[in-house]
Design a protein around this ligand. Sequence first.
Ligand SMILES: [Zn+2]
Length: 257
Amino acid sequence: MKRIQHTLRILLAVAVAACVSLPAAAQQSGLKGKKILFVYGGWDGHEPRQCMELLKPWLESEGASVRLSQSLDVYTDKELMQGTDLIIQTWTMGSITPEQERGLLDAVRGGAGLAGWHGGLCDAFRSNTDYQFMVGGQWVAHPGGSVDYDVDIKDKRDPVTRGLKRFHMKSEQYYMLVDPGVHVLATTTFRSHPEAPWIEGTVMPVVWKKSFGKGRVFYSSLCHSASDFAVPEALEIMKRGIRWAAASRQASAGAKK
Ligand SMILES: [Zn+2]
């Protein structure tokens, strides 16, 4: 019962967030007809199921077909991976076998998009450097736990962040090791924390996009829990990033012409 109440609370919060008017999102290619593989699992503290339950109805309302998997073995299904437009993964920590990792990396290298947030993408499979090379960053700390912080829009022209303004979060502020080659869309600046005073003033990427082979990779470090998606900007950035990454195959086909 408690869980149902929790889920209802999240759904209500997100419904409210969806009603808050944000500047018109640049309508990137939509999700109509897109085949999305949604892989969820790993450490339960990041509420992988609740996040999936929150995003899946939206993906379907946009016309995407969503296949769910609670097993990383799905990455070894070559045919399925080749027919997938976008992989959404929320899988904190855990481990991945060499075959599963190869399947995922080959799919993205071959043109599938990849999107994720927080630890579900950039704190997964800590010992796999090839995976980290693909996603573009790795979480290392969140000083102070859940803290008040601001997110600054760095790229005001990109369709993912266009029209958005600085916004506030009360959640984990991710301190990450980030590939300098990523395209940073939003950042946050650390205050001093008793446990790590030297990080004061450090500007850290929060949202980025990058390529891996022919594939598009999108990441946001926001949203420790499903209820964090109630922050309208956090949800909107994720939706726009998903749309961008889902157009990966079209974009790489277009580039060939
Ligand atoms: Zn977290």
